[in-house]
Structure formats: C-alpha cells, structure tokens
Design a protein around this ligand. Structure first.
Ligand code: FAQ
Length: 311
C-alpha cells in the first residue's frame, strides 16, 4: 500500500471517522474485518445449537416462547453480520465454506455441551454477558456497517442476558436440587466464558494492529477484567459461588483478582478438539447440504428471469 494513502487512512481513523465499504482501505484492514465479522457471524449461527437443544424441553410454555425468541434473534444477528461482511467483497457462500472446512473459527464457547436446563440460565447470564461486554465498545468500531450492526445487536443481547439471569434467579431461589443445578451450570460455564475474550494480551496476535485501526476498542484482558468485576457481585446476589477460590476484591487495582482459565484447553478447543466441535460442524454441514436444492432453485429462477429480460 502507498505510504501516503496509509497515513491519510490512519489520520481518518484517529479522528474518529467511520470507514464505509466503497472507500479506500488497506488490504490488511479489509482482511482483518472479514475475519472478525465473519467469525462473529459464524458464532451467532453456531451459537444457536447449544440453546436450540433445549427448546423442546423448556420447563414452561413461557420459558419456551422466550428461548425460541432468543434463538431466533441469534439467527438474525448472524445474517446481519454476514451482510456487513459482504460489503467488504466476500460472499456468504465463501464464508460458509471457510467455516465448514475449518479455515475460519467461531467462538470457543459453543463447543461446550448444554447438559441441563440451568445451562440456559448460565448461557444467557454469562455467555451473553461476556458477548455484551465485548460488543458495547464495538458500537464505536471504525467500520461503519459493523458499528451500526452492533447497535441493534447489543439491544437484543441485553434482553438475552436478563432472561438468563432470571432463569438463574428462579433456580437459585428454588428447591435445594434446583439451586445445586444452577451452581453446577456456573461451575461448568465460568472458565469457558472467561475464554470468550480471547487469549491473554501477551498471546493475542491481532490486538495491537486491530486496536490501532479501531477494529477492536479494548484488549482481551481489559474486557475479561471488566466482565469479572461485573459478574462476581451478580453471583453473590444469587447466593452462588464462582468456582475460583482466588476471586478476591483488590482495593488497589479497583477490581477482582481471579485465576486465568486453562489456556492449553482453550487452544485445543479453537484447534477443533473441544467436547462438541465435531458435532457443531456436522450440524452446520447438514444444514448447508439440506439447503442446496433451495440455493439451486434460486439460481435457476434468477437465470430464467435474466433470459426472459433479454428475449
Ligand atoms: N474463540 O489475536 P487474538 C455471540 C482466535 S458472542 C475462538 O486475540 P482477535 C453471541 C482468534 O480468532 C461470541 N477463537 O484475536 C451469542 C485468532 O485466530 P485467527 C462472538 C478465538 O480477533 C451469545 C486467535 O485466536 N463474538 O456469539 C477466541 O484480535 C449466546 C488469536 O486471538 C465475537 O466474535 C475465542 N474465544 O480477538 C450467541 C466478537 N478468541 O482468527 C449465541 C468480535 C480468540 O487468527 C448465544 N470478535 N480466538 O485464526 C472479537 O472481539 C475478537 O475477534 C476476539 C478475538 C476478542 C474474539
């Protein structure tokens, strides 16, 4: 890239201007955005699976209607984000193929199983809680379509987080068995939720450049700390215990001390070796294969329209 163009581009970013799809941008900026927005979209789509698992088994009609609405929102977020990625010159088919071949990732969190109804509470409370912590600052990200997508998505995520906390509250105030179920879900989802923010800053390969371009607004560790600070008092309010004996308020730093997740486990999960990776990709592959007739139908119809116009 021409150094003068690069400098002018960086000056726009530094001045807080939004970059729009048809404007000049460095190839690296475009590639980083396609990677991040694409992976974000894949996460929303794959993220429907652990909760979809419980729609038919929700304990009441009301809970079922709420969960169904939440999962539908996730589908909407995914499609919305694929559209934002498409403005950068990549097609949805290409993104899907990259997901299915393992070239592109999706959030590590969705490779853990949802074993009990309490997991619906933990996912809403912790997973959506972590997602919001990451996505609220992204409303100010430098790429216009991504920033605008985040505004609507964050509104819906905050409803998702509250519905999860409400499930946890009901269980925590329920029978001893229900409270134990809520505690078990917190035990299993705590560290995987901390992993959602990505590796520690010293191992985060993309952070420095992404922050200079305002594609990311905070480092992984900054957001993880904010998440812990927000979540520990919420666990206390529920009467549940965060499964980390090192969690302790640190007056000096004005935040909680806590233990790092097992990073070896994290790297295994993102390499494809988590508990549910194979199952998740199989489900997406099946959906892709089952939809082939429909995509073919649309193409055939479009071709027919084109010939009709020429004639
Ligand atoms: N999982 O250099 P960094 C949701 C990869 S919310 C898998 O730090 P970066 C809502 C990373 O891609 C979840 N892979 O990377 C919902 C890179 O590999 P690559 C989605 C991860 O990009 C709730 C490598 O490690 N949210 O779905 C993870 O600067 C409930 C090095 O890492 C977003 O995507 C991980 N946790 O920072 C739905 C938010 N962490 O690409 C349903 C937007 C790192 O070179 C139910 N994304 N990696 O092959 C971001 O903010 C960033 O991309 C980070 C990672 C923070 C995720």
């Amino acid at each position: 890239d021409d150094p003068a163009l690069l400098a002018a581009f960086q000056a726009r970013i530094d001045a807080g201007e939004k970059i729009e799809p048809k404007e000049w941008m460095p190839e690296g900026y475009r590639k980083t955005l396609i990677r991040q927005i694409g992976q974000h979209a894949h996460s929303e789509i794959v993220g429907q699976l652990p909760e979809g698992n419980w729609i038919t088994r929700a304990p009441t009609l009301e809970r079922k209607a709420i969960l169904l609405a939440k999962v539908q929102d996730e589908a909407g977020h995914g499609l919305y984000l694929y559209c934002a990625a498409e403005t950068l010159g990549v097609s949805r088919d290409e993104l899907t193929e990259a997901l299915l071949s393992g070239k592109m990732k999706y959030s590590s969190i969705f490779n853990y199983p949802t074993l009990t109804w309490a997991d619906m509470g933990a996912v809403g409370w912790l997973v959506d809680g972590a997602a919001i912590m990451n996505q609220v600052p992204l409303q100010r990200t430098s790429f216009g379509p991504y920033a605008r997508a985040m505004v609507r998505i964050c509104k819906e995520e905050s409803f998702h987080q509250r519905q999860g906390y409400d499930i946890m509250m009901k269980l925590a105030q329920g029978t001893p068995e229900q409270k134990a179920m809520a505690q078990d879900a917190l035990n299993r989802f705590w560290y995987p939720s901390l992993m959602m923010f990505g590796p520690s800053d010293k191992d985060s390969v993309h952070s420095a450049q992404s922050m200079a371009w305002k594609i990311k607004m905070n480092t992984n560790d900054e957001l993880r700390q904010k998440f812990v600070d927000q979540t520990v008092p919420q666990a206390e309010y529920l009467g549940l215990t965060v499964p980390d004996p090192a969690v302790k308020w640190n007056e000096e730093k004005g935040g909680y001390d806590f233990s790092e997740p097992d990073w070896a486990e994290f790297f295994e999960v993102i390499k494809g070796n988590g508990p549910c990776n194979a199952e998740r990709i199989e489900a997406r592959q099946k959906a892709w294969d089952d939809g082939a007739w429909f995509r073919d139908g649309l193409m055939a119809h479009a071709a027919k329209q084109r010939t009709a116009k020429v004639a």
